[in-house]
Design a protein around this ligand. Structure first.
Ligand code: GDP
Ligand code: MG
Length: 445
């Protein structure tokens, strides 16, 4: 009998987990949190009830729309002639209206959106702003949609979060030590902002970025890289403000949570108190009848780290994470900086497709051919498959963390996309400084 997670169902319905939980309550189905599971038939019922309710809403909207004013699309600017055609009026009629509102214009003259909207409204037309494709650099990027048959399982990307001093860094160190095998040259991991570990023949990718940052700065830029979050709670300290923040970030991003109850080697700790505090935050652990996996660990003594990793694999399996390795790569910049000797260096996470040396890529305002790729062990590699973090060399400029990267046809296209982005960035910066100086001017007056 298969089960469905609440947040998965929420994704399918296109609503937040919180909304779904509230709506299910009105249906008499109570669940603990976004990690809770529903039996298949239960999930189906909810999907049908809520899904069809949505459709009904739409049909009502459609009827309403029919009684509404006709709608036209206008971009940033439009000529008088074009506007008159859109609203089925002569140019003379439009010009007369324009004069009435104090705007002098000829047939071929372009008027601003705001003015055009006013005129259209006067003639009984509703107006929607058309996003101009000309200055949208991403219009140059074709979006490749994967055929479900091309998808293959990919390793999970894990972020470790938690309150300061609860043991995030120690846990990541312990995880790496568990996995540094003698055959890995020297066993020294190179810092590239992410690492891979292998357990039971399977791979897990850990991001080193402080978890909160990974969520806030990346999500602010529309990127989501994390598949699973491990929330570390020190058993001697319990749930603290940053723990709650971490829980909220994970919930908002619909990312499953595994709780690592750390520092169990310490005397006089109370694991049950931590579980109680988790329950107060809406996270009911499994041994208390809930759905949240918690693992007591000691990062310092390396205790139970294997179990924690096994749980990560278990959750990953339920997530059915997939990607298509046989396409041009796309992914996200994890971190980037300017290196004195090597130029712009970026650690990227390949999220779909395979990135290859020699590929033309755009990453934020940077573009170029991938000159070299270095993996988490400091080894040069030629190809990086889905869920692989790699450091890349060859970019023209330093991108920002959270920027998307894409492989494009050729470097000419990569350059023109990056150039447009740079221009847009310059304009935004200029606007910002102009605003500041105006503000200062007014302050002085
Ligand atoms: P972070 O701020 O969350 O990255 O926490 P750290 O990993 O820097 O750990 C903070 C402190 O707690 C350090 O002094 C660690 O040695 C200590 N610490 C971390 N894990 C454990 C543990 O499992 N047991 C004990 N006794 N101390 C730990
Ligand atoms: Mg730390």
């Amino acid at each position: 009998m298969s089960k469905t997670r609440v947040y998965k169902l929420a994704q399918k319905l296109g609503i937040s987990s919180k909304e779904l939980i509230e709506q299910m309550e009105t249906l008499g189905i109570n669940v603990n949190n976004h990690m809770s599971t529903l039996e298949d038939d239960e999930a189906k019922l909810v999907f049908e009830l809520l899904g069809s309710a949505d459709e009904k809403d739409n049909s009502i909207n459609r009827e309403e729309e029919e009684n509404c004013m006709p709608k036209i699309m206008i971009s940033e600017k439009i000529s008088v002639q074009d506007l008159s055609k859109l609203i089925n009026k002569t140019s003379a009629e439009v010009i007369t209206k324009l004069i009435q509102i104090g705007v002098m214009a000829t047939i071929n003259q372009e008027i601003d959106f705001d003015v055009a909207e006013l005129i259209a409204l006067e003639f009984g037309y509703e107006v929607e702003k058309e996003v101009s494709n000309d200055d949208n650099e991403d219009s140059l990027l074709e979006v490749e949609v994967d055929d479900p048959n091309d998808l293959q399982p990919r390793p999970p990307i894990v972020t470790v979060m938690g309150h300061v001093d609860h043991g995030k860094t120690s846990l990541l160190d312990a995880i790496r030590q568990t996995n540094v095998t003698a055959k890995e040259a020297g066993g020294i991991t190179q810092h590239i902002g992410a690492s891979e570990v292998h357990i039971n023949g399977k791979k897990i990718v850990f991001l080193d970025t402080p978890g909160h940052e990974a969520f806030t700065s990346m999500r602010a830029r529309g990127a989501q890289v994390t598949d699973i979050s491990i929330i570390v709670v020190a058993a001697d300290d319990g749930i603290m403000p940053q723990t709650i923040e971490a829980i909220n970030h994970s919930k908002a991003a619909n990312v499953p949570i595994i709780v690592a109850i750390n520092k169990i080697d310490k005397p006089n700790i109370n694991v049950d108190r931590v579980k109680q505090e988790l329950a107060d935050q809406g996270l009911l652990v499994e041994d208390w009848g809930g759905d949240v996996i918690s693992v007591p660990v000691s990062a310092l003594k390396g205790q139970n780290i294997d179990t924690l990793l096994e749980m990560v694999l278990l959750v990953a399996e339920m997530e059915e994470l997939k990607a298509n390795p046989n396409r041009k790569a796309v992914g996200t910049v994890i971190e980037a900086q300017l290196d004195k000797g090597r130029g712009p260096v970026a650690t990227v996470l390949v999220q779909n497709g395979t990135l290859k040396v020699g590929d033309s890529i755009v990453a934020g305002i940077g573009h170029g051919k991938v000159r070299a790729m270095i993996n988490h062990l400091g080894k040069r590699i030629k190809e990086a498959t889905p869920s692989t973090p790699v450091e890349i060399l060859g970019l023209s400029d330093v991108p920002q963390s959270g920027d998307q990267f894409v492989v494009v046809e050729n470097d000419k296209l990569a350059r023109s996309i990056a150039d447009k982005r740079k221009e847009k960035l310059r304009e935004e910066q200029m606007k910002a400084t102009q605003k500041v100086s105006l503000d200062e001017l007014f302050k002085q007056m």
